[in-house]
Design a protein around this ligand. Structure first.
Ligand code: UT7
Length: 323
């Protein structure tokens, strides 16, 4: 017998304002054709003035609670993955806890675009150790606030949004046929920290800073490292690529998503793709994709999902989960 973290609720929230590539053309020297062909992005959502990361997180969490048929006080741990907190502290998670009234403890995880995978692995550990029974895991970002609007190579790629899941403890047999999280794989390599970073912060400039990325280099690492981490996580779970029903990847670039699936030997019919509608929402992209796919009726009980992500750090990882 082993304790498993079962996925029992999913929800998301996207800010009302949709910015099409055509509108981007009016803001920076770019074209719809370039953005679409290089990244697959067609539109993204931007938070309204005064709409904060915690506001998006609360709405996504409410949707996930509704989906699970639970109340806020059923939750005994809350983890928010974000790199765009409302304020330096307290954590977005405690702000969300204050607004929702969840029980137990709450804290943030910061692993940039890999944040949701890190948060899921953390929640899984709390559940497996017996510390927590029901964990609300949220990915929430307002990346539009850290864009350099003078840098057309990055500012057209990112968007705002939030997604949330609820994980609940349930006993499993300890085999790959169990429902719930079957394995996680986390990695980082700080030698590559200059490939993707924000050039400000509390201790350095006392300003927020803006995103800086060497896109080509990140791209090169992404395909190789994502396929590797997915393979490792599947192997740990006692599964192979043939067992994968859905890849739910970090949504940064459709070309990265396609090449990673090819490298894994998984056909594109089994890949959830939302980057065209959301842009890159960093830690929010996987739970957003999960929630949209679930709403579209894509998932069936017993199916195997692989979530994989990479971002600043570099930090990357994967989660294998059976529905
Ligand atoms: O989520 C965290 C992880 N992040 C990622 O996974 C992002 C990884 N990287 C990427 O997705 C891609 O590298 C980008 C989409 C960022 C860029 O695609 P690329 O094929 O690597 O293009 P590039 O940076 O090499 O730029 C190609 C050309 C350049 O022109 P020249 O020098 O070839 O004449 C750029 O100046 O495209 C030009 N360019 C643009 N043109 C129109 C760059 N940005 C734009 C733009 N509009 N917005």
């Amino acid at each position: 017998m082993i304790r498993r973290a079962i996925l029992c609720g999913v929800g998301h929230y996207l800010p009302e304002r949709v910015v099409e590539n055509a509108e981007m053309e009016t803001m920076v020297d770019t074209t719809d054709a370039w953005i679409k062909s290089r990244s697959g992005i067609e539109r993204r959502h931007f938070a309204a003035e005064g709409e904060l990361t915690s506001d998006l997180a609360v709405k996504a969490a409410e949707a996930a609670l509704k989906d699970a048929g639970m109340n806020a006080d059923d939750i005994d741990a809350l983890v928010v993955a974000t790199s765009t907190p409302d304020t330096t502290f307290p954590s977005v998670a405690t702000i969300v806890q204050g607004k929702l009234g969840t029980a137990g403890f709450a804290f943030d995880v910061q692993a940039v675009c890999a944040g949701f995978v890190y948060a899921m692995a953390t929640a899984n550990s709390f559940i497996q150790s017996g510390q927590s029974r029901r964990v609300l895991v949220i990915g929430a970002e307002t990346f539009s606030r850290i864009m350099n609007w003078e840098d057309r190579t990055t500012c057209v790629l990112f968007g705002d949004g939030a997604g949330a899941v609820i994980l609940e403890a349930q006993d499993g047999a300890g085999t790959s046929a169990d429902a719930g999280i079957l394995s996680t794989d986390l990695n980082s390599d700080g030698r590559f920290r200059d490939l993707l970073y924000v050039d400000g912060g509390v201790s350095s400039t006392q300003t927020t800073g803006v995103l800086v990325m060497q896109g080509k280099e990140v791209f090169r690492h992404a395909v190789e490292k994502l396929a590797q981490t997915a393979h490792t996580a599947l192997e740990t779970a006692g599964l192979s690529a043939d067992d994968v029903d859905w890849i739910v990847p970090h949504q940064a670039n459709s070309r990265i998503i396609t090449r990673t699936a090819q490298k894994m030997g998984v056909s594109m019919e089994r890949v959830v793709m939302t980057v065209q509608d959301h842009g890159n929402t960093s830690a929010a992209s996987i739970p957003l994709a999960l929630s949209v796919a679930k709403r579209e009726g894509k998932f069936q009980p017993g199916q195997v999902l692989v979530m994989e992500a990479i971002g600043g750090g570099l930090a990357w990882g994967a989660v294998v989960l059976r529905l």
